[in-house]
Write a protein that binds this ligand. Structure first.
Ligand SMILES: Nc1ncnc2c1ncn2[C@@H]1O[C@H](COP(=O)(O)OP(=O)(O)OP(=O)(O)O)[C@@H](O)[C@H]1O
Length: 280
């Protein structure tokens, strides 16, 4: 039930580490007898530690969500190794359950991620009940702490998702992701479905929580300027591979790959690197 984290620096052992991971999806391509496969992830190395934000950026279909699914234990790699807290992850029910307590996820659209028929209280109590955490009194205390952490009043406990705004719904989804005191939060396009006016607030909330709780944050987005804003390191994905990785400012200001330059060229002028700003 305690929220404060030990002060572990970002250079400690990774909580999650992927080595040479491939994910191939089997597909049916129209008709009973035709099938194929899609290489969603094609041999990637990736790691995330407490206290750091790793941004994952790439165009639609580059494999970002598949990577997220591997990190949260929903997708077993076709090939390669995943280490969870330094030990090989087997992806059986018990190890997925342990992973589910330590690595949580915030999805793009809180309207679909939250159950429309459950009050905020029940949405927040649910992970605590599933993992049998605390007594009823402790759970009630914990969900109030969670609301406070994400900047919502206790009066929000008794409302349904449709009775609050999109930004507030995403705050509830973030609170739920924090319920089990995770070490890592994987945020897959967490602001893309929100009004532009509230995106910065949700980004700031995530970075504040990362600092306050010493979380590892994996921030996934197609928008490299947003990724730079929140990340310490960036991994650029293209067609299932990580084509460039490094400190956020270095990747942004001095990209080594044409693909990264193409992504940067598509960002709004004001957010382009200083080196190109103001030039025609
Ligand atoms: N369950 C699945 N079955 C078949 N193919 C899949 C499946 N999931 C993903 N793919 C394919 O794998 C590739 C990578 O998809 P993925 O969703 O990981 O990319 P993405 O970068 O997250 O894209 P987006 O931003 O559009 O969500 C795509 O070609 C996609 O069509």
């Amino acid at each position: 039930m305690k929220l404060e984290k030990d002060s572990v620096s970002a250079d400690s052992t990774p909580v999650m580490e992927l080595r040479g991971v491939h994910v191939v999806h089997k597909t049916r391509t129209g008709g009973l007898f035709r099938s194929g496969s899609v290489r969603a992830i094609d041999g990637i190395d990736f790691s995330v530690r407490r206290g750091e934000t790793v941004g994952v950026v790439g165009e639609s279909g580059s494999g970002k969500s598949t990577l997220a699914r591997v990190l949260v234990g929903l997708q077993k790699p076709t090939e390669g190794e995943v280490f969870f807290e330094g030990k090989p992850m087997s992806f059986d029910a018990a190890s997925r359950r342990a992973l589910g307590r330590t690595v949580s996820v915030v999805f793009q659209d809180p309207a679909t991620a939250l159950n429309p028929r459950m009050t905020v209280r029940d949405q927040l109590l649910d992970p605590l009940a599933v993992h049998k955490v605390g007594s009823p009194t402790e759970r009630e205390k914990r969900i109030r702490e969670l609301l406070d952490l994400v900047g919502l009043p206790a009066s929000a406990l008794d409302v349904l998702p449709r009775q609050i705004s999109g930004g507030q719904r995403q705050r509830v989804a973030i609170a739920r992701a924090l319920a089990l005191d995770p070490a890592i939060v994987v945020a897959d396009e967490p602001t893309s479905a929100l009004d532009v006016s509230v995106r910065a607030q949700v980004l700031n909330l995530l970075t504040d929580l990362k600092e306050a709780l010493n979380l590892g944050l994996v921030f996934i987005s197609h928008d490299i300027s947003t990724v730079r804003y929140v990340s310490d390191r960036i991994a650029v994905m293209n067609r299932g591979s990580i084509v460039e990785t490094g400190p956020a400012d270095e990747v942004f200001l001095n990209p080594q790959q044409d693909y990264t330059r193409t992504l940067l060229a598509a960002t709004p002028t004001l957010l382009k690197p200083e080196t190109t700003q103001g030039k025609p």
